[in-house]
Design a protein around this ligand. Structure first.
Ligand SMILES: Cc1cc2nc3c(=O)[nH]c(=O)nc-3n(C[C@H](O)[C@H](O)[C@H](O)COP(=O)(O)O)c2cc1C
Length: 191
């Protein structure tokens, strides 16, 4: 009998919008039969590195600040250079999500940063795996993957609204789909 896969969701969120996505990613993992644990990088000194060491997959999430990962998320990346020295996450699966106020907001750069980071850790990057929505006359902003990302899950949160309202449900559902995809991939990878 195979064990349930363990997926850690490591994220930063300054104002709660990326946090609701982290929760949606975790829900997707659990719906697909995995065990999810969310870890905020805000309290870096007390971060539980063991959870990451035990995980089959790690999904990274950061808001896009100034066209890149937030300073807090970068601090986590730099702190993990100790793991890199030992290649402690080698062959685990990785994936990523980001969120910003603008529909573009240059957030592709954040996913690129996360994927390069995963490669430096010798992890295997899992893409979003959804066709783009909202890109034809038949499309709608309610479509899954409405922003049309491939590398990871993207969300857009109106700058003047709180996390209870924005990002919209479709972006939360897109994040959930990423969590489910990674859990299913980790199960396959475990065999
Ligand atoms: C310092 C800072 C820089 C930001 N830079 C960008 C940006 O480059 N592009 C963008 O679209 N939104 C930008 N935003 C907006 C945030 O991405 C957006 O408010 C997001 O929902 C914040 O997520 P959080 O609540 O998880 O922190 C920025 C916000 C802050 C505070």
């Amino acid at each position: 009998m195979t064990e349930q896969v363990k997926v850690a969701v490591v994220y930063h969120s300054g104002y709660g919008h990326t946090e609701v996505l982290a929760q949606a990613v975790a829900a997707g993992v659990e719906n697909a039969g995995g065990v999810a644990q969310t870890i905020s990088v805000t309290d870096l000194e007390n971060l539980d590195w063991d959870v990451l060491a035990q995980a089959d997959a790690i999904i990274f999430g950061s808001p896009t600040y100034m066209g890149s990962v937030s300073a807090q998320f970068k601090a986590f990346m730099d702190a993990s250079s100790k793991v890199w020295m030992e290649q402690g996450w080698k062959d685990k699966l990785a994936a990523g999500f980001t969120n910003s106020a603008s529909h573009s907001g240059d957030k592709l750069n954040t996913l690129i940063q996360l994927s390069v980071y995963a490669a430096q850790q010798s992890m295997n990057w899992v893409s979003l795996g959804l066709m783009p929505g909202n890109n034809s006359s038949q499309g709608s902003p309610e479509d899954l993957n409405r922003i049309g990302s491939y590398l990871g899950a993207m969300a857009q949160s109106n700058a003047d609204e709180g996390a209870e309202v924005t990002p919209p449900q479709t972006d939360r559902d897109t994040a959930e789909a990423l969590g489910a995809r990674v859990a299913v991939a980790a199960k396959r990878w475990q065999q």
